[in-house]
Design a binder for this molecule. Structure first.
Ligand code: SF4
Length: 439
């Protein structure tokens, strides 16, 4: 059934649920995680005089058995006739299941719909595994052009889609399943209600009306109606190279922190450099540019590390993304653990990835980004954790990598290739610090 088939005349109250996903509290309202689909549904239902209630993280927590429990019970007067649960990554399926189970018990007999990314990518699995009544696949067309109901959340930005779908079909990406139709808007100015906009397009520059939209945004910026724009996805570098003037339009419209994707091997380096130069010529700084890189996938650790070194040469940051198959239904990777295995999370062994390589690459990226952001040529955990007296730290900060490596045993240069077997300092013991002092 379609979503609209569920919205019959006897529906008066709809409960909207964001499952208790493992998102750190400080990131709950981050633009990457806002349950925008539920906010659109809320606005759509309200336009039909249907009452809605949104349940988010503050009402839920996981008990010792990983099941969702409530801190704050729903007020008794709100008895839903329909429950809509959202989903994100397939590997967070268990959280969706817990939410469905919880509401099934709490409101017996009330239909529960699950939509969102996991539901769209794995509808059969979702129906069977979660035990929901129905699965809603893809965007809900009735709610697509409605301004989401931001009154239900506390955010200072709004999310915009100028397009759905994508013109490409990259091997690791499920957009072609989630949003199979390529649909573009010609104008968005009437949708804008906040000064800060986050674009959720999969491929913003591919919108055939992108120039019209950027012109609208440039005018709105001049009128001081908007002040901050960011694209969640990377800009399509092939389009940027074909239409280099778009880089200047993006800058003039007020886009910040532009990202471009480097999905394949080191052989793409000259093209990526060309794209970076286009952004720099348009007025962006190297350190605010970030290169999207998927790891634990086809280029192996060694080649990914070569790519990272190239980014250091160019002075740009990296937005890393650990690959999980589109049908992965769990992911228990923890950056706090020293060692995990394929029983915990997906490791792309075909390309030689191991737990050690994944953790090492992730640490390299973190250190790399700190160096790029602060425009310094080394990173030291000893200095980051303030393990040496301030006066001494000041002296080290004035040194370059070649000088400081004689003093700080953990000095790490982003410009050098780091083998996966190289040890990182997890704990800096005082003995090492003393040695540093003496030298
Ligand atoms: S360009 Fe981006 S959104 Fe489009 S298929 Fe490739 S990864 Fe997915």
């Amino acid at each position: 059934m379609n979503f609209s088939d569920w919205i019959k005349n006897d529906i008066k109250n709809v409960l909207l649920v964001e499952p208790n996903f493992p998102i750190p509290n400080k990131s709950r309202n981050h633009s990457n995680f806002l349950p925008i689909g539920l906010l659109k549904i809320a606005a759509y239902l309200k336009s039909k005089n249907i009452n809605v209630k949104l349940i988010r993280f503050e009402e839920q927590k996981n008990n010792d058995y990983g099941q969702t429990t409530f801190d704050i019970p729903i007020k008794d007067e709100f008895t839903p006739d329909l429950i809509c649960v959202t989903s994100i990554f397939t590997y967070w399926a268990e959280h969706v299941k817990n939410a469905v189970l919880f509401y099934k018990n709490k409101f017996k007999g009330v239909p529960i719909l699950v939509g969102g990314v996991y539901a769209s990518l794995m509808p059969e699995h979702c129906k069977k595994y979660t035990g929901c009544t129905d699965v809603i696949q893809g965007p809900i067309s009735e709610a697509e052009n409605i301004i989401p109901d931001y009154s239900l959340v506390d955010v200072d930005y709004q999310i915009i889609h100028t397009s759905r779908g994508c013109i490409r079909k990259c091997g690791f990406c499920g957009t072609y399943i989630i949003e199979p139709d390529w649909v573009c808007k010609k104008s968005i100015k009437d949708e804008i209600i906040k000064k800060k906009l986050i674009f959720y397009d999969n491929n913003l520059l591919a919108n055939q009306y992108i120039e019209d939209i950027l012109k609208e945004l440039i005018d709105l910026k001049k009128e001081k109606k908007i002040s901050y724009l960011e694209s969640q996805s990377g800009f399509d570098g092939r389009i940027l190279r074909k239409k280099p003037y778009l880089a200047k339009m993006l800058k003039d419209a007020g886009f910040k922190n532009p990202k471009i994707a480097w999905d394949y091997g080191i052989v793409q380096a000259p093209k990526i450099k060309e794209q970076i130069d286009l952004l720099i010529d348009a007025g962006f700084t190297a350190k605010e540019i970030s290169i999207f890189m998927i790891y634990n996938y086809e280029p192996n650790y060694e080649e990914m590390e070569e790519k990272r070194v190239k980014c250091a040469e160019w002075g740009v940051q990296i937005t890393d993304c650990r690959y999980r198959p589109l049908n992965a239904t769990f992911d228990n990777y923890s950056s706090y653990k020293r060692k995990q295995g394929p029983e915990d999370y997906y490791i792309h062994k075909e390309c030689g990835w191991t737990d050690q390589k994944i953790r090492k690459f992730r640490r390299n990226i973190r250190r790399h980004n700190i160096c790029m952001r602060h425009e310094v040529d080394y990173h030291s955990t000893i200095l980051e954790r303030k393990q040496v007296p301030q006066e001494e730290a000041k002296k080290y900060r004035e040194m370059n990598y070649e000088e400081v490596k004689k003093y700080l045993p953990d000095a790490w240069s982003p410009s050098l290739y780091h083998d996966a077997s190289e040890q990182d300092y997890f704990k800096v013991n005082k003995k090492n610090v003393k040695k540093v002092k003496k030298e």
